[in-house]
Design a protein. Structure first.
Length: 132
């Protein structure tokens, strides 16, 4: 099944290396939206290859600070073409390869705003307008 995730990002300093929201307590990552070390927004889901879960990304080519604020970031997994897509301010900025999402733990994984992972140096801190 497909999904979409939306975040409105307001200017708040350096958001590099942050998870904005996710559904990923343990592998497979059902979806993760964030900003990587290079400052690119991304959306991620996992595919299974053999016995391992492999992350698949759609990333923006521009850094977060190159977009007009507030930045409207939308990550989509389109079940029709089986690709991740990322849009910023209504413009498609990146897409992934075609793949099959691994969703075998979807029913017991909550959606998280931000991340409290020991692996991340920065936690996404922000106000939440709406969450549905």
């Amino acid at each position: 099944a497909g999904y979409s995730a939306y975040a409105k990002i307001l200017p708040s300093g350096d958001v590099s290396n942050t998870v904005i929201m996710s559904q990923h307590r343990e592998n497979p990552a059902l979806f993760v939206m964030g900003c990587d070390n290079d400052g690119s927004y991304y959306v991620r889901s996992d595919k299974k290859v053999g016995d391992e879960f492999v992350p698949v990304y759609a990333k923006t080519t521009k850094r977060f600070d190159e977009y007009k604020y507030p930045a409207q970031v939308v990550g989509i997994f389109a079940s029709g073409d089986s690709k991740l897509k990322i849009y910023v301010n209504g413009t498609k900025e990146g897409e992934s390869e075609t793949f099959t999402r691994s969703t075998n733990r979807a029913s017991n994984t909550n959606v998280l705003l931000g991340s409290f992972s020991a692996f991340l140096e920065t936690i996404f801190l922000a106000n939440v307008d709406k969450f549905a």
